[in-house]
Design a binder for this molecule. Structure first.
Ligand SMILES: Cc1cc2nc3c(=O)[nH]c(=O)nc-3n(C[C@H](O)[C@H](O)[C@H](O)COP(=O)(O)O)c2cc1C
Length: 175
């Protein structure tokens, strides 16, 4: 069963995105393969964030997310956001960003992006949490040739999905 599931998921070869967010001047962002449009009218978009990630912990407290659709030329960005963790480095240090709604960082290097206001969070006890967002702005420079999972499968994630920070959130630590 597991092999068949894995094979079907690999065959779908999802496009990769970078999800960013911010709260109280703390910026976060990670590479995401679990995402999809989830409503036509109103427009809704879902991303699933790993409970292991710095981005998840910041997103718990933030109001908005920015979704950046990576192109085939964006492997370096995928590497930065997918293999490093905001627990150790500032991924935004050498990047040009503009502030979107809720101060969400929008990456100037990515011409295909949208911002969403989080409406709902679904945690069914699994290792990723679904964040559902209302689309508030979107921008595209035209043709988009997506960077796909199969082109980035050699990357080692900055956090293993089974990792859990202790305490689980900065807020729990009084921060
Ligand atoms: C190909 C690939 C796909 C990934 N997909 C997801 C995903 O869908 N959701 C997620 O939360 N993390 C995903 N990750 C893991 C994070 O991008 C990675 O652990 C990142 O370093 C976490 O950064 P952070 O701790 O600063 O949030 C993926 C990583 C890779 C390499």
């Amino acid at each position: 069963m597991s092999n068949d599931f894995d094979a079907a998921m690999a065959a779908l070869d999802p496009a990769l995105i970078v999800v960013t967010t911010a709260v109280n001047r703390e910026r976060a962002g990670c590479l995401v393969g679990f995402h999809t449009q989830s409503s036509i009218e109103p427009k809704r978009f879902c991303v699933w964030l790993s409970k292991a990630n710095h981005t998840y912990r910041v997103a718990l407290r933030s109001s908005h997310l920015a979704v950046h659709f990576l192109t085939v030329d964006d492997l370096p960005l995928a590497q930065l956001f997918g293999t490093r963790t905001g627990d150790d480095v500032d991924k935004f240090r050498n990047l040009e960003v503009t502030a979107g709604p809720g101060d969400v960082p929008v990456l100037a290097d990515c011409p295909h992006w949208m911002t969403v206001r989080r409406t709902t969070l679904v945690d069914d006890g699994a290792d990723h949490v679904c964040m559902i967002g209302e689309v508030v702005a979107a921008h595209s420079d035209g043709h988009l040739e997506p960077l796909r999972l199969s082109q980035a499968s050699h990357l080692t994630p900055g956090h293993r999905t089974e990792e859990r920070p202790d305490p689980p959130t900065e807020r729990a630590d009084g921060g």
